[in-house]
Design a protein around this ligand. Structure first.
Ligand code: CO
Length: 465
C-alpha cells in the first residue's frame, strides 16, 4: 500500500477550533516556507470561518492572505473548505455568485476545494464541484458524517458512489464531531475502497478523545489521506496532532518520509503563538480537554456548550438532561439531519423550546420552518406528515434544488459597493458578509488616504464565536 498522505490544518481548522480563528497572516508567513518543505499532501489554509474572521476581527483581506501564502508556498497544494451552495456564509447563494467565488479562489492560489453540504444533499454540491473542475482545481466532496438508524454503511457507500459519478476527484469523510469509532471507520473505509476508485481522506476532531485511534484503524483499512494539526494546536477540539501520528506509523510500511526534527522545529514556532493566545485568553483551557460525553449523546462538543448557555440565559439549566434527551427526538422528527452548522443550532434551539414551553413545536424558529419547506435541501428521511403539519401547517414543500429559486445577484452586489471596489474579489467579500466587508472597505480606504478614522481599531463583537 502507498504512503499515508497528510493534510496539515494548522492555518485553518486548528486555529478555528482552538483559538476562535484568530491567527494572523503575519504569524503564518514566517513559517510558511518551512511547512512547504515538509512534504505534506496539502496545507489547509483557507475557507471555513477564516474568511469572515479575517475581515471581522483582523482587518485583513482574506484574498490578500491567500495570495501571500501562495507566493511563499510554492510546492505544496493549498486547500480550502467550502460549504457548497452556502460558500462560506450561512445561506444559499445563487449560482452566479458560487461560480465566481470558486473561480476566484482558484485564480488566487487554491488547488483543492473540499466541498460539503450539511444535509449531504448532493444538489447543493453540484455548482461548486463543476466550477472547481472547469477552473482546473481538484474538487473533493465531503460526506458530513453522523450516526442515526439510517446513516449506516450502505448509506455512505451509496453517497460516495454518487459523488464519484458526479465527477469528484476525491472524497472526504468529514467527522466534525469526532464520533466516528475506530472499528466502524475500519469497516467503512474498507468497503469504500472496494466501492470507489478515487482517493479517500479522513477528517476528524480529537474532541471525544478517540480520533487518533480512529485514524490508525482507517490507515489499516487503506485510507489515503488524513488531516492532522501540529502539536501546539493539535488534539483538544482540533485535529489529532501531526508528530505523534507520523511517529506511530513507523514500521507500518505506510509511514511518510517526514523529518521529525524538522516538524519539531516548526512546532516550536507555533508553540509561541499558542502561548500568546492562551495568555490573552483567546485560547481557553476548555478546548484542550477531552469530552467523551460527545460519544454518549452523539452531539458535537460545541452544541453541548451552546445548549448550556441557552439554558443558563433562561434560568432553566435544571432542564439540561431533559433537553439532551429531546435532541434525538427532534432530530428523528426532522429526518435525521447531521448535527453540523446550521442544523446543530436549529435542532438545539427547537429542543430547548420544546422542553421549556412544555409543548412540542408550540414555537418554531423560522429556520426550522424553511428547512421543513425544503429550502435547505432534502432531509435524509422524509419528514412525517403529522410533524410537517405541526410546523408549517398546509404550506407547500419545495422539492427542487434550493438554488434554482434564486436569481443571479452578482451585478447587484457590484452596483451596491461600486465606490469601494479595488479588486473584483471585493464583490464576493461583500456578497458573503455585507456589513463586515463594508466596514473593512471603509477601514481600508481610511488607511490608504490617512484618514483619521475610529474604525481603525474597532472590533465587531456581535459575532458568535
Ligand atoms: Co473540522
Amino acid at each position: 500500500m502507498s504512503k499515508v498522505r497528510f493534510t496539515e490544518t494548522i492555518f485553518r481548522d486548528a486555529h478555528q477550533s482552538l483559538m476562535a480563528t484568530r491567527m494572523k497572516t503575519d504569524e503564518m508567513l514566517p513559517i510558511a516556507e518551512k511547512l512547504d518543505n515538509v512534504g505534506y499532501h496539502s496545507l489547509e489554509v483557507w475557507g471555513g470561518a477564516t474568511f469572515d474572521a479575517s475581515l471581522r476581527f483582523l482587518n485583513e483581506d482574506p484574498w490578500e492572505r491567500l495570495r501571500k501564502l501562495r507566493r511563499t508556498i510554492k510546492n505544496t497544494k493549498l486547500q480550502m473548505l467550502l460549504r457548497g451552495q452556502n460558500l462560506l456564509g450561512y445561506k444559499n447563494y445563487p449560482d452566479d455568485v458560487v461560480e465566481e467565488f470558486v473561480k476566484k479562489a482558484i485564480y488566487n492560489g487554491i488547488d483543492i476545494i473540499r466541498i460539503f453540504d450539511a444535509l449531504n444533499d448532493t444538489r447543493n454540491l453540484k455548482t461548486a464541484l463543476k466550477t472547481t473542475k472547469e477552473a482546473g482545481g481538484h474538487a473533493q466532496t465531503a460526506i458530513s458524517f453522523t450516526t442515526s438508524p439510517v446513516h449506516n454503511t450502505d448509506y455512505y457507500l451509496k453517497l460516495a458512489k454518487e459523488m464519484e459519478e458526479m465527477g469528484s476527484d476525491s472524497i472526504c469523510i468529514k467527522d466534525m464531531s469526532g464520533i466516528l469509532l475506530p472499528y466502524n471507520a475500519y469497516t467503512l473505509i474498507k468497503k469504500l475502497k472496494e466501492t470507489i476508485n478515487i482517493p479517500i481522506q479522513l477528517h476528524s476532531h480529537f474532541t471525544s478523545g478517540i480520533a487518533n485511534q480512529t485514524y490508525m484503524k482507517a490507515i489499516e483499512a487503506g485510507v489515503d489521506i488524513i488531516d492532522t494539526a501540529l502539536s501546539p494546536l493539535g488534539n483538544g477540539t482540533s485535529q489529532p496532532a501531526t508528530e505523534p501520528m507520523v511517529a506511530a506509523l513507523e514500521g507500518s510500511g505506510r509511514e511518510p518520509e517526514f523529518d521529525l526534527n524538522k516538524l519539531n522545529e516548526i512546532a516550536e514556532y507555533f508553540a509561541k503563538i499558542r502561548d500568546k493566545y492562551q495568555n490573552e485568553g483567546i485560547l481557553k483551557d476548555k478546548v484542550l480537554r477531552v469530552e467523551p460525553k460527545t460519544l454518549i449523546y452523539q452531539v458535537p462538543g460545541g452544541m453541548l456548550s451552546n445548549l448550556v448557555s441557552q439554558l443558563e440565559q433562561q434560568g432553566s439549566i435544571d432542564k439540561f438532561q431533559e433537553v439532551l434527551e429531546e435532541v434525538p427526538r427532534v432530530r428523528e422528527d426532522l429526518g435525521y439531519p447531521p448535527l453540523v452548522t446550521p442544523m446543530s443550532q436549529m435542532v438545539g434551539t427547537q429542543s430547548v423550546f420544546n422542553v421549556i414551553l412544555g409543548e412540542r413545536y408550540k414555537m418554531v424558529p423560522s429556520e426550522i420552518k424553511n428547512y421543513v419547506k425544503g429550502l435547505y435541501g432534502k432531509s435524509t428521511v422524509e419528514i412525517k406528515d403529522n410533524i410537517k403539519e405541526k410546523i408549517i401547517e398546509d404550506e407547500k414543500v419545495y422539492t427542487g434544488r434550493p438554488a434554482d429559486l434564486l436569481e443571479p445577484q452578482l451585478a447587484n452586489y457590484r452596483d451596491e459597493i461600486r465606490e469601494y471596489i479595488e479588486q473584483e474579489e471585493d464583490i464576493l467579500s461583500y456578497a458573503l458578509f455585507p456589513q463586515v466587508a463594508l466596514r473593512y472597505f471603509q477601514y481600508r480606504q481610511a488607511q490608504r488616504y490617512n484618514i483619521d478614522n475610529d474604525l481603525l481599531n474597532k472590533e465587531d463583537k456581535t459575532y458568535p464565536v
